[in-house]
Design a protein around this ligand. Structure first.
Ligand code: PEP
Length: 266
């Protein structure tokens, strides 16, 4: 089995010049460390929509995959939806995956169950893989509501399969779940590895309950993963990789996290 380390660049870097500088660093290092990273850890980066086409051109013929950070809920292709980018458009720009349901989208754009069901459907229709983010807020964590909250968020997948059972066979290849406690994102606070491990076990069991073919679901941890804590997350067999925000904006820290997961897979 391979680990996955995915960089979510969010609304960064500020300029095309800075995007290219980050890619220069990343690709030089990936070339050097090809053997370590390539065989046991897949790498993916998700630039902002404006940089997607340029980044995907530079990543073509490398081992690093390119993802969108979001797609339109309204249409899989074209339409009068000002400001949106569709699944078809991000595929045309070179993305092969998209992040969906990131907590910042849920919080700042009020993304609902129905909205995410639409986005998942559009992504899969256009053959985009989906990194589906779930996770509880600080208040929900304090109230010991983590598992019920993520069960509700995961029910989007159950509803998707009820609507489109034909997706079942191929879904495990095209879906990755990222468990990201909202209170750990960008805060430097992290749950214990034991807590993450137990939550991942629950996620894997829950998704396997939706369909037998989903019994090997890849589940990543996200939330303040950095060079210092990556080894401890990587060492747990329930944690199949990391979705990385801040630390993905420097090639050195991003690749150090990837190496931690590569070592753990070896
Ligand atoms: C994220 O936003 O997906 C994330 C995990 O951010 P950070 O690593 O900065 O906490």
């Amino acid at each position: 089995m391979q680990a996955w380390v995915i960089g979510n660049w969010k609304q960064n870097p500020a300029t095309s010049h800075d995007v290219n500088a980050l890619l220069d660093d990343l690709l030089t290092a990936v070339d050097t460390e090809e053997q370590v990273v390539k065989n046991s850890c897949r790498l993916m980066v998700a630039p902002s929509c404006i940089h997607l086409a340029a980044v995907s051109v530079r990543l073509k013929d490398t081992s690093v995959l390119c993802a969108a950070q979001d797609i339109s809920a309204h249409s899989a292709n074209t339409g009068a939806y000002t400001g949106d980018c569709s699944a078809q458009q991000v595929v045309d720009a070179g993305a092969t995956w998209t992040i969906l349901g990131h907590s910042e989208r849920r919080q700042y754009h009020q993304e609902s169950h129905e909205c995410l069901l639409q986005k998942l459907t559009h992504a899969l229709t256009q053959n985009l893989g989906v990194v589906f983010c779930i996770g509880e807020t600080q208040a929900q964590y304090d109230d010991k509501q983590t598992l019920p909250v993520i069960d509700t968020q995961l029910s989007v997948i159950k509803d998707l399969l009820a609507q489109q059972p034909e997706l079942t066979a191929s879904l495990s290849e095209r879906l990755i779940i990222a468990y990201e406690p909202v209170w750990a994102i960008g805060t430097g606070k992290v749950p214990t590895v034991a807590e993450v491990s137990a939550t991942h076990q629950h996620i894997k069991q829950t998704v396997a309950g939706f369909a037998d073919s989903l019994d090997t679901m890849t589940v990543l941890y996200g939330g303040s993963v950095n060079v210092d804590n990556a080894d401890s997350f990587a060492a747990d067999p329930m944690i199949d990789g990391a979705l990385v925000g801040g630390a993905s904006l420097k090639a050195e820290s991003f690749l150090a996290i990837a190496e931690a997961f590569s070592r753990a897979m070896a």
